[in-house]
Design a binder for this molecule. Structure first.
Ligand SMILES: N[C@@H](CCC(=O)N[C@@H](CS)C(=O)NCC(=O)O)C(=O)O
Length: 203
């Protein structure tokens, strides 16, 4: 299987980490967002939305959307389980993954898109909106520290896809100077150090 990705982008990283946790080997092909390679006709046939990641199967079928790709991998290699094993755990993982996407990744990505020089001249930016999103992201770090005071991982006692989403979002925040405050957010820091230390985090 071939993954179209950009090493610097958070959503492709979610897929690479997920595959590494599952022991699924992936060939990768870099599509540089900085160089505008995702806007070129060769890539637009893979994804007319011009977004990464894209997974291409050996028979040429193409799958888009981070979570669709991760769910496909979960079906292919059920162990180690990363989406939950019973009704309650699956619901918890779903809830926490959505929290990580909408409460962390979304405001962090919107801060970057609307305030960073990288996007100047590439997209229409709304700096005021970006600044508000940064405030939201900073607020959510405090919320997550509170949540993680009662359990080791986002969805409970073990590592799941929700932790992958949160890790990639939080690491991506650094480019916009959104950072864990180790002195006031010890639970978040403890969780971050644990997930960052997993070999898959380097994928
Ligand atoms: N919902 C999509 C979002 C994909 C997405 O936003 N990808 C970003 C990289 S993290 C991208 O390709 N951006 C290129 C651009 O905006 O031009 C998914 O989860 O796969």
């Amino acid at each position: 299987m071939l993954l179209y990705h950009d090493p610097a982008a958070p959503n492709p990283r979610r897929v690479r980490i997920f595959a590494a946790e599952k022991g699924i080997p992936l060939e990768t092909i870099e599509v540089s967002i900085a160089a505008g390679a995702n806007l070129k006709p060769e890539f637009r046939v893979k994804n007319p939305l011009r977004l990464l990641p894209v997974l291409e199967l050996d028979d040429g079928r193409v799958l888009r959307e981070t979570m669709a790709i991760c769910r496909y991998f979960e079906e292919l290699n059920p162990e180690p389980n990363l989406f939950g094993t019973d009704a309650w755990e699956r619901a918890q993982v779903e809830m926490w993954n959505r929290h990580a996407e909408f409460e962390l990744l979304f405001p962090i990505a919107q801060t970057f898109r609307n305030t960073h020089a990288f996007w100047q001249g590439r997209i229409k930016q709304a700096p005021e909106f970006g600044a508000i999103m940064k405030e939201v992201a900073i607020d959510r770090f405090g919320w997550l520290d509170y949540e993680l005071s009662s359990r080791p991982y986002l969805a409970g006692d073990r590592f799941t896809v929700a932790d992958i989403t949160a890790l990639c979002a939080i690491d991506f925040g650094k480019i916009s100077d959104i950072r864990i405050q180790a002195d006031t957010q010890p639970n978040l820091k403890r969780w971050y150090d644990a997930v960052r230390a997993r070999p898959s985090a380097k994928a």
